[in-house]
Design a protein around this ligand. Structure first.
Ligand SMILES: [Zn+2]
Length: 391
């Protein structure tokens, strides 16, 4: 008998549900899958057979028994395939290879300064090629590539605007898909980072999270009621361009006095230059240089404290607006936590609305700089499995 379209959709949804339960609750028996999903045992049994044939799950037994015959347990096959996650920063690229549970198998990193679009795409190939070459034998191999970009990305994966990269209307998804013939997802880096944190990082037990990604610019990712909030076109979270000084510095976005001009790496470097903090011959005045020398240079500590103060100004606005459970400060600035945290906390706890502070948690990322790469790798996995793995 031919299935109707509706039957096909229902079956697919049920199969996704069964896989999701096995993935999240592995090891689990068929009977417990049936009980958890509310599907009847016959349906579960036939969907499980399909998933076993597809190598997405495997059996091991026997599990815990409550008397009687011990059930065979089902486990998610996290090594059935591998995902690539790329964090494309303004001055670096981080690429990771993960299994289907987001465990990192391999990583590649490169730093650079002021590269053209073509040069960055070349660097991207240099990061992706060795990751692909290092993939272990598996039924599905590389299942997809996710790329996080510091800019406005539409739902078709086109980078409409990335001011700090000087990119406009870049069809990055297409370029990478053409080269590797794999499914590619391009997403805003802060959205991906927020998702990475809620799935793998300090956000795992919180419902309403605002992830503040502070690199050369500032991006914000929102997880509201455990779902990534992307806005109607995918453009939410451009808070790096909220005005905090009405007649402030000119921003590349066309506005004046944008938050990221005062509270990010670019602010830090600009102020360090104004202070004539010149590194020794052969070294560059970079974020890494300032982090390395802060402990022995009080001027550098003061610069970080100023960044902390200005970060606090913006985050106070965010706390008052969203009343989140948690603010996560991520990306490269998190490596300077010990110098920025005192002023930052001081600003928020003294100036945010008191009612908003009761249930507020402020955390720095513990995924070091991997939140975005893990988030986009997870997006590629979800697309492959067609499951929502956040819950
Ligand atoms: Zn701006």
């Amino acid at each position: 008998m031919n299935q109707t379209w509706n039957q096909h959709v229902v079956k697919k949804e049920n199969k996704t549900l069964v896989l999701e339960i096995i993935k999240n609750k592995s090891p689990i028996s068929r009977a417990d899958v049936a009980q958890t999903t509310g599907l009847n045992k016959g349906t579960v049994s036939s969907l499980v057979s399909e998933l076993l044939n597809e190598n997405l799950i495997y059996e091991s037994g026997p599990g815990e028994s409550s008397g009687g015959r011990r059930p065979v347990m089902l486990l998610f096959n996290q090594l059935a395939g591998y995902s690539i996650g790329i964090d494309l920063g303004v001055n670096y690229l981080l690429g990771i290879l993960t299994d289907l549970n987001g465990e990192i198998i391999q990583e590649e990193r490169v730093s650079f300064d002021d590269l053209s679009y073509e040069e960055i795409v070349n660097q991207l190939f240099h990061i992706i090629d060795p990751l692909i070459a290092s993939v272990p034998e598996s039924p599905y191999g590389i299942i997809g590539i996710g790329i996080g970009v510091p800019g406005i990305v539409n739902n078709e994966g086109e980078v409409l605007l990335a001011p700090n990269l000087n990119w406009k209307q870049i069809k990055l998804k297409q370029v990478i898909e053409n080269k590797y013939e794999l499914p590619v997802i391009v997403e805003n880096e802060a959205n991906a980072g927020a998702y990475g944190e809620s799935k793998f990082g300090v956000g795992q037990s919180f419902e309403n999270i605002v992830y503040v990604s502070v690199g050369v610019g500032i991006g914000v990712g929102l997880v509201l009621n455990r779902n990534l909030y992307k806005g109607s076109s995918g453009f939410s979270g451009e808070m790096g361009h909220m005005t905090i000084e009405a007649s402030g510095l000119d921003c590349r976005c066309g506005n004046k006095g944008c938050w990221e001009l005062y509270a990010s790496e670019q602010a830090l470097i600009r102020k360090a230059k104004q202070l004539n903090l010149v590194p020794p011959e052969g070294q560059e005045l970079s974020f890494d240089f300032l982090v390395e020398h802060a402990d022995s240079n009080n001027q550098i500590v003061q610069l970080f404290e100023e960044i902390g103060e200005y970060l606090g100004v913006g985050i106070t606005n965010i706390v008052n607006t969203f009343n989140p459970d948690q603010i996560i400060i991520g990306n490269r600035i998190a490596t300077a936590q010990k110098w920025i945290q005192p002023k930052l906390f001081n600003r928020i706890y003294n100036f945010a609305l008191k009612q908003h502070l009761h249930n507020l948690n402020i955390n720095f990322t513990q995924l070091t700089t991997h939140s975005t790469a893990l988030g986009v790798a997870a997006f590629a996995i979800e697309k492959f499995l067609e499951v929502d793995i956040i819950h």
